[in-house]
Structure formats: structure tokens, C-alpha cells
Design a protein around this ligand. Structure first.
Ligand code: ZN
Length: 83
């Protein structure tokens, strides 16, 4: 495996981030990311998305939502009555 096209890079991205790529593929992958701005950018957003998802699921229990101020609730109820 000497070169990867962008489509392959995208397919390998999950494995790359989970460090499940074989060494050789890993090197080719990183080389491509260095040379290819599009894939580098895609990898960055891909990684951020995964991190965000993990943070949401692990760190924030569902009950930990920001509280809605009572006044806002009242204002919404009032607005509804008028509709
Ligand atoms: Zn590429």
C-alpha cells in the first residue's frame, strides 16, 4: 500500500482514530494528511465531533440541563395565551 486516495482516507479515519490501523497503513495515512489539506481539515472536524459526542454522553447526565428561568417560562405561557 503506497498511496491512498481521499476516499480511502475517509474510510480509514475511524480506524486511525481508534489506532486500529496496521503500522504501514498508519504511516501512509499520516503522510496523506500532511500532503492533503482537505483530508487534514476533515480529520480535524471528525475528531472534534467524536470528542464532543463522547463528552456529551460521558460527562453530562441528562438531568444536568441548564435551568430555564421561571420568568422565561411565564413569558412563553403568556405569549401562547395571546396566540
Ligand atoms: Zn486527501
Amino acid at each position: 500500500m503506497n498511496e491512498m486516495c481521499c476516499k480511502q482516507i475517509v474510510e480509514f479515519m475511524a480506524d486511525y482514530l481508534e489506532k486500529e490501523l496496521p503500522d504501514e497503513a498508519y504511516k501512509v495515512f499520516e503522510q496523506h494528511i500532511k500532503d492533503c489539506g482537505c483530508c487534514a481539515e476533515f480529520l480535524r472536524t471528525y475528531r472534534e465531533t467524536i470528542l464532543l459526542c463522547r463528552e456529551c454522553m460521558c460527562n453530562k447526565p441528562p438531568e444536568d440541563r441548564p435551568e430555564i428561568p421561571e420568568q422565561l417560562v411565564k413569558a412563553i405561557m403568556e405569549a401562547r395565551k395571546r396566540m
